[in-house]
Ligand binder design. Structure first.
Ligand code: PGA
Length: 249
């Protein structure tokens, strides 16, 4: 059985006051029901606030990024130990916005993934093709290269602890979701790619779908055999929408 995960990627949204309001709503709507694992990924500044609010409850805390060094003179960066000590368990790495606006290459993502695993954080490694790649029939080539590069040199024990998120770039924040069939097809491709390197371990790895997931499309996506959860952006900022997505999983 693979772990089902619904992760909310708040991106650069929510002051601490706003985060407090959102989490208060989520604790009351989801605090005591049986649901898949919920990971909240606020901006760095709200992590401590959210950590305090979800203590003892069913929610897990995730960061949206980290640096690939353990400490030192790296102005403006955040080390994994800083995240771990405030109760962070997950870290989103290689999100397409990081790749695009902050020039994160597969090598950088790989260094971050390795350090996250070494220090005890669970990486959620994002991959996904752009619209032009899909139109040229290059989805598998692009996603395959991102997987190979971002997960380079991981052994099967490390792979087992890693979560993958397939997020077609053309579906992020655009309102255009991949159809359940389109998403399932790429999820199978990803699982097979992982199987080539890690055998049966691939069947235990949670592969999340992300890209305009909302309360209306979530259940049909999550019904697909190889979609093990969702990475939700915009809809994770609203208590009612995120609650419905979690409940539909
Ligand atoms: P979206 O973002 O749900 O707003 O499309 C998803 C993501 O980027 O993780």
């Amino acid at each position: 059985m693979r772990l089902k995960i619904i992760a909310g990627n708040w991106k650069m949204n929510k002051t601490n006051l706003e985060a407090n309001e959102l989490v208060r709503g989520l604790v009351s709507s989801l605090g005591d029901v049986d649901h898949p694992r919920v990971v909240l990924c606020p901006p760095f500044t709200a992590l401590s606030e959210v950590a305090k609010m979800i203590k003892g409850g069913p929610f897990f805390l995730g960061a949206q990024n980290m640096y690939f060094k353990e400490s030192g003179a790296y102005t403006g960066e955040i080390a994994p130990s800083m995240l771990l000590t405030i109760g962070v368990s997950y870290v989103i790495l290689g999100h397409s916005e990081r790749r695009e606006y902050f020039f994160e290459s597969d090598d950088i993502v790989n260094a971050k993934v390795k350090l996250a695993l070494k220090t005890g954080l669970i990486p959620i490694v994002c991959v996904g093709e752009k619209l032009g790649d899909r139109e040229k029939g290059k989805t598998e080539e692009v996603v395959g290269n991102q997987l190979d590069g971002s997960l380079q040199d991981l052994n099967s024990e490390e792979m087992k602890k890693t979560v993958i998120a397939y997020e077609p770039v053309w579906a992020i924040g655009t309102g255009k979701t991949a159809t359940p069939e389109q998403a399932q097809e790429v999820h199978v491709f990803i699982r097979n790619r992982l199987k080539e390197a890690h055998g049966a371990v691939a069947d235990t790895i949670s592969i999340l779908y992300g890209g305009s997931v909302n309360d209306e499309n979530a259940s049909s996506l999550l019904k697909q055999a190889d979609i093990d959860g969702a990475l939700v952006g915009g809809a994770s900022l609203k208590v009612d929408q995120f609650t419905k997505i979690v409940k539909s999983a």
